[in-house]
Design a protein around this ligand. Structure first.
Ligand SMILES: *Cc1c(COP(=O)(O)O)cnc(C)c1O
Length: 379
């Protein structure tokens, strides 16, 4: 027991103790990943309720026993078309899916090359696979290439990266990454968790937007962010999907997602695929926020993303700012180590199609009052 209480005390002393808090409904939420406002969309609610009425609340078994429904298979067909691939597989969450995929496809003796700032689920999946893991500098494709050169030609290689990085909002040059992969005969897994719904002609993500979906081995995503629901998925070749069905323990040994969740996911994908309006609204809001910040002389990172980090450095500063914003009526969570590297604690602002122009203007005015600006930031 002692060990655990002193761990908690240490965390508290360093202001790194985490607690689960119910966010106050009175605050305007700028920390949600519900980018398109779909989590409260009446169409999703309606199909979810109907699915419960028809099929009940639980899937009753894992996919390989009795958990595969027509509904899930229809969703998988929809996903494969959306991501321009042969096949797709629904997984029980983004986190659990990444672990299942990497464990299911990689084995000792394989080499995996991972961006240093990849999401924890990708890191954990790489570790669980027992493949040789090399982490390259964030977005640094020349460092990636150096590392690719170290692997024997005959080794099975995977390059694994977020598309849009969850805590920074930046992304790799995916075309150049695909070219490197081809040169070194490596497979690629790109996690579109923060890009699906946001980028591309049918909003499938950055691989679609950059017209390289056919050059990427696996595109991974989640229903829990822009799609307003819950669950994960992977899109790729029929052979790889069938390999996962046979080898991915996270797929084989877990009960299938409930009918309501599947129904909402399919409805969300169909809405996002056919109706660009919520995404247009989101990008208008992003632009509005950036312009308002620039009017107030607030310097933001340059990349185009719905995730806008404001780096504060030390944990105390980020927490203090988050508290002040809460007092002013905004929910903007501070992100601390180990979610981000030490010394890079930050506010992470995420914009949504459901924010109003007034929400955005009020937040930027408050930020302008609270934050050091422009050149003052460096002094
Ligand atoms: C959020 C996230 C996940 C996890 O998805 P869940 O469905 O919430 O488990 C996986 N990968 C990335 C890059 C993420 O940002």
């Amino acid at each position: 027991m002692n060990r655990y209480s002193s761990l908690l005390e240490d965390l508290a002393e360093n202001r790194l103790l985490r607690t689960c808090e119910v966010p106050s409904a009175a605050l305007i939420n700028f920390s949600s990943n519900d980018y398109l406002g779909l989590a409260h969309d009446p169409r999703l609610k309606q199909v979810a309720i109907q699915a419960i009425e028809e099929e009940g609340t639980g899937a009753s078994a894992s996919r390989l026993i009795t958990g595969t429904s027509q509904r899930i298979q229809d969703l998988e067909v929809t996903l494969a078309k959306w991501h321009h691939t042969e096949a797709a597989l629904v997984l029980n969450s983004g986190y659990q899916g990444n672990i299942a995929i990497l464990q299911g496809l990689l084995k000792p003796g394989d080499w995996v090359f991972a961006d240093r700032l990849n999401h924890a689920s990708l890191v954990d999946g790489c570790l669980l696979s027992k493949a040789k893991l090399l982490r390259y500098l964030h977005l640094d494709l020349s460092d990636l290439e150096q590392k690719l050169k170290e692997a024997p030609e005959s080794a099975t290689k995977w390059i694994v990266s977020d598309s849009v990085f969850s805590m920074d909002g930046d992304h790799p040059d995916l075309g150049a990454l695909a070219t490197l992969a081809e040169r070194y005969n490596a497979n690629t897994l790109i996690d579109e968790a923060h890009a699906a719904g946001l980028f591309g002609d049918t909003r499938a993500g950055l691989c679609e937007q950059q017209r390289i979906a056919h050059r990427i081995t696996l595109q991974v995503g989640t229903f829990s962010k822009a799609l307003g629901g819950f669950g994960g998925y992977v899109c790729g070749s029929e052979v790889l999907v069938q390999t996962l069905v046979n080898q991915a323990r996270g797929f084989i040994f877990s009960t299938a997602l409930p009918p309501a969740v599947i129904a909402a996911a399919r409805e969300a994908v169909q809405i996002v695929q056919t109706d660009g309006a919520p995404t247009v609204k989101l990008w208008q809001n992003v632009r509005h926020f950036r312009e308002a910040c620039s009017d107030h002389n607030l310097v933001l990172p340059a990349h185009e993303s719905a995730i806008i980090p404001i780096e504060m450095g030390e944990t105390d500063l980020a927490l203090g700012m988050s508290e002040k914003l809460r007092d002013a009526g905004f929910l903007v969570r501070a992100i601390r180590p180990p979610t981000v590297p030490p010394g890079t604690a930050r506010l992470r602002i995420s914009l949504s199609a459901s924010h109003t122009p007034t929400d955005i203007e009020r937040l930027t005015e408050t930020l302008a009052q609270l934050l050091p600006r422009g050149s003052e930031r460096d002094s």
